[in-house]
Design a binder for this molecule. Sequence first.
Ligand SMILES: [Zn+2]
Ligand SMILES: [Zn+2]
Length: 263
Amino acid sequence: MKTSITILSDNQPSEGFESEHGLSWLVETSGSGSILLDAGASDLFLRNAQKMNIDLSSVKEIALSHGHWDHGNGLTFLKSKRVTCHPEVFRKRFSRNGTRSVGLSFTEEQIRGKLTFRKTSTPLFLNERVVFLGEIPRKFEFENSPTYFTLDNGNPDLLPDDSALAVIHNDELIVLTGCAHSGVCNIVDYAKQVTGITKINTVMGGFHLKHINHQTEETISCLKSMGVDHVLPSHCTSFEVVNEFQKHWAESVITTGRVITFS
Ligand SMILES: [Zn+2]
Ligand SMILES: [Zn+2]
């Protein structure tokens, strides 16, 4: 059994590849096809794929982790694909002071002719080995930190649409997060519950942790107590926090152009 994650867009570059504040990863599972997780903030994921001789035209399934610009704006460069996402991804949403739009740059009506949207708040298998988790139950108190975002009515945006993928690999799980606004530990805990698989091989993606604070420390000890073998924070995780995780899990930094393989 082989699984590979190709980093098409992320915040840090490998030599010869561009990066951006965004996330787009290609998830390939032997025997069950390929799924694109997010499309980044621009067409960078397509340009990096071209550099790597990856033909994305054959990839028909996309999972959108949540409705933020840095994960979904790249969708405008695609057509004839199906996007699985939470029903609330098209919310109008803003930065905390309400001045800057942080939602998707297009409405559902504007993109409907190019892509089809399959919305679910409950878990859905995208193929035999990849589960879109839907809405993530908020279980751990330490992950209920104040939100950075607001809705157009001024109320806080708690990102109910923030989801993730669980990939089954040799009876273990590889958990892929977008921004993990719903909490990394909440996501991993739910992935275990949904799949019935308790062994976590790897957790990787944006963790949305900016400082070494109570939440970061609790996240590390929670993932340790869950027995996670590999943890690779990227994207919206600060350098400081990535360094802190590396003290506990000696992994290299995720960079665009990398292919992470599991066999
Ligand atoms: Zn993000
Ligand atoms: Zn986000």
